[in-house]
Design a protein around this ligand. Structure first.
Ligand code: ATP
Length: 373
């Protein structure tokens, strides 16, 4: 909440302008200086500086809500994915005010899911949408407007049979192409105004990993620390935005392979692990600090050439679960009668459930997996 811009706290434009000249732009900046310094920077009397500090403190203090408040608003606090089995498991869909990460190998459908969610967010509430705009930060130049239109028409043929609706939907998805780490961070730090201007109800960052992994060779001294700090800053801003505007934030991540590291998991029957799988595993990229920053983690993976799986690997409300899906013209389609019950109880400890993938490696879904990649 400290990263809230002063302009949005009720502080007069004149004082904001004066403070901006001294690089004091957020609540955190104001609350980091003493009243005497604030007098000097803003040209205020001592009592006025104290009033300003009080006003800014009040504006950025997180609102307290009771469990009853949250329970009453239960339906409003989730964004339906339009995949009924997944929504049921997630108790309504992707949570508002929290970060959801979709991680998995290349080509598995992460961007397809993000494009599909963009269409869904623009739909009227009566159709399960958010009736809102979307902010889509694309760091891989992977977003396709043609695919957005194709998906919308194939998924909701009746609704999007009118050209005006298609145009309106497409004009509500606001795309920002940011191709370096610094650009992504700068964009995130300026996003408050954009969220308000676009009436955005969904924020997507596709992908958080690609720029970071391109720019940082973590084998070089100091790089890992610098990268962790940068990711920490990104996570803090994303969390602030999701909570301040009570919107779902969806991030995509890649996977990383740990070759030659044996996964210690007492619950696995070692006889079940083929020799070639014994020497490595894959896990979500970007390391432990990042891993703990996301609230919900969905892993997508290949089942065979056609079918893929969504794994609920981390969620405060859902059990570990696996759902099969394919990618069609209309986007993600769940396969069979993927009822949540049929995928539960697959293991005793969800955090340590091994999942075989086509590459022959093993996903270690434990949130405590050491990852230095
Ligand atoms: N119109 C379509 N109909 C069916 N499947 C499609 C269509 N368009 C794309 N796909 C499928 O989507 C896959 C690409 O998915 P996507 O771009 O979401 O991958 P990704 O997980 O984001 O990969 P990366 O990590 O490399 O960005 C393609 O391999 C293809 O199988």
């Amino acid at each position: 909440m400290g990263s809230k811009k002063l302009r949005r706290t009720g502080v007069s434009a004149d004082i904001c302008e004066r403070l901006k000249r001294h690089q004091v732009e957020t609540c955190q900046d104001v609350l980091s200086v003493t009243p005497v310094e604030l007098m000097r920077l803003a040209g205020l009397s001592y009592p006025a500086a104290l009033d300003l500090l009080r006003l800014v403190s009040k504006a950025c203090v997180p609102a307290v809500s009771t469990a009853w408040d949250l329970w009453r608003k239960k339906g409003e606090l989730c964004f339906s994915t339009s995949l009924p089995a997944l929504d049921r498991l997630l108790q309504g869909g992707l949570p508002h005010g929290a970060l959801t990460e979709v991680t998995g190998p290349s080509g598995c459908g992460k961007t397809q899911l993000c494009i599909m969610l963009s269409v869904l967010a623009t739909l009227p509430r009566t159709m399960g949408g958010l009736d809102s705009g979307v902010i889509y930060i694309d760091t891989e130049s992977a977003f396709s407007a043609e695919r957005l239109i194709e998906m919308a028409q194939a998924r909701f043929p009746e609704f999007f049979s009118a050209k005006e609706r298609l145009l309106e939907m497409a004009s509500r998805v606001h795309l920002f192409r940011e191709l370096t780490c610094q650009d992504v961070l700068n964009r995130l730090e300026r996003l408050e105004e954009d969220i308000i201007a676009c009436r955005a109800g969904l924020l997507i960052l596709d992908s958080v990993a690609s720029v970071v992994r391109k720019e940082f060779d973590t084998s070089l001294p100091g790089n890992l620390t610098y990268r962790s700090n940068l990711l920490g800053q990104e996570a803090a801003v994303l969390k602030y935005l999701s909570q301040e505007f009570c919107i779902p934030v969806v991030l995509t991540n890649q996977i990383t392979t740990h070759v030659g590291e044996k996964v210690h998991c007492p619950q696995w029957n070692q006889a079940d692990v083929p020799a070639e799988e014994d020497s490595g595993f894959v896990t979500a990229a970007l390391g432990n600090t990042w891993s703990h920053s996301v609230n919900t983690r969905l892993i997508v993976q290949y089942e065979d050439t056609e079918r893929r799986q969504i794994v609920i690997a981390k969620s405060p409300v859902a059990p570990f679960a696996v759902l099969s899906y394919t990618i069609q013209r209309e986007g993600i389609r769940l396969e069979g009668n993927a009822s949540p019950e049929s995928v539960l109880n697959q293991g005793t400890d969800p955090g340590l459930q091994p999942i075989r993938v086509r590459t022959g490696f093993i996903y270690n879904l434990s949130q405590a997996t050491p990852s230095t990649c």
